[in-house]
Design a protein around this ligand. Structure first.
Ligand code: NAY
Length: 294
């Protein structure tokens, strides 16, 4: 399980100037993150705008990433989709491409009973030989993973962990206490990376890591060496930046993509209904960039 421990950015959707998934820009983004020294990538999740992409676009992104980084970084494919059928297609494709693990949110839109969530995840898991990571993100899916279903899912040895994005850090502690040493708990909320690690998270997957990988790598170094004063200091810097990115007149992902442009990497913009940052707020991103570079 060591290959899953470290800073694992959630990969962003990379578009060309016409808004189509871009092979070149996807591969440039892969190389950019590889050079920063991250452990792995979480491809096609919330930050990958999976909800706004069709199956072919999601498959293309999975392919470009594996062509660039297979064997170099740990690659996790998020295959959650509106139907089980689409999720299974993506899961099988990710296995063919050599991904290290699969992950999925619970079913979306209809509020389904836990038996349906169990069946959805289990059908994905049964469709390949890959390990599986549950994605618990109640703020977007409306479903909060219960300890009962977590335990039941862990009976399947292919289930290796949970990426927990719920806000109470205690949830991380509870999942870790239940899963023990053979289960990986990933910290979800980037604003609580340090506290998540201290209370039991083994690793982290996050939507803002790729905007400032240097800071998360430093925070992790301080946590693992037991230097909690400096770890907290970095967390405060990180949170100031996240709050600034979220306070602009467009979506956080647009702000991050504009920030990446200033940092020398163009991966395009976001898809509607996500809004683009515009006007004077674009200038504010320069200040955010400077605080990361310091
Ligand atoms: C993914 O699947 O792309 C993610 O890992 C995104 C997880 C993010 N949670 C939400 C609710 O979007 O990383 C967090 C989030 O971007 C971060 O904490 C900033 O709020």
């Amino acid at each position: 399980l060591e290959k899953f421990k470290g800073i694992i950015p959630a990969f962003y959707a990379c578009y060309d100037d016409a808004g189509e998934v871009s092979e070149n820009r996807t591969k440039e983004f892969c190389n950019y993150l590889f050079e920063k020294g991250v452990k792995g990538l979480y491809v096609g999740g919330s930050s990958g705008e999976c909800i706004y992409q069709n199956l072919d676009e999601r498959k293309a992104t999975l392919k470009y990433v594996s062509e660039t980084l297979k064997g170099k970084l740990t690659l996790i494919a998020h295959v959650g989709a509106p139907s089980t059928r689409e999720s299974v297609i993506l899961a099988k494709y990710a296995e063919e491409l050599g991904y290290d693990a699969l992950s999925a949110i619970p079913p979306i839109y209809f509020k389904l009973p836990e038996s349906s969530i169990d069946k959805y995840w289990s059908e994905i898991i049964d469709s390949t030989d890959l390990p599986f990571i549950i994605y618990n993100i109640p703020q977007t899916t409306g479903y909060s993973l219960s300890m009962n279903l977590f335990k039941k899912m862990l009976e399947n040895k292919k289930v290796i962990g949970v990426k927990n994005s719920s806000m109470p850090v205690m949830d991380i502690e509870r999942f870790k206490a239940c899963g023990g040493e053979n289960v990986i708990v990933f910290n979800g909320p980037d604003e609580q990376y340090v506290s998540g690690r201290l209370i039991g998270a083994d690793s982290g997957i996050g939507g803002t890591y790729a905007a400032m990988p240097e800071l998360f790598l430093q925070a992790e170094e301080f946590v693992s060496s037991g230097n909690f004063t400096d770890a907290r200091r970095i967390q405060t810097d990180i949170n100031d930046i996240i709050i600034a990115l979220c306070s602009l007149n467009g979506s956080m992902y647009s702000a991050i993509k504009e920030l990446l442009k200033l940092r020398g990497l163009n991966i395009g913009s976001v898809r509607g209904p996500l809004e683009e940052v515009s006007g004077e707020d674009l200038f504010k991103i320069e200040g955010i960039k400077e605080s990361i570079d310091q």
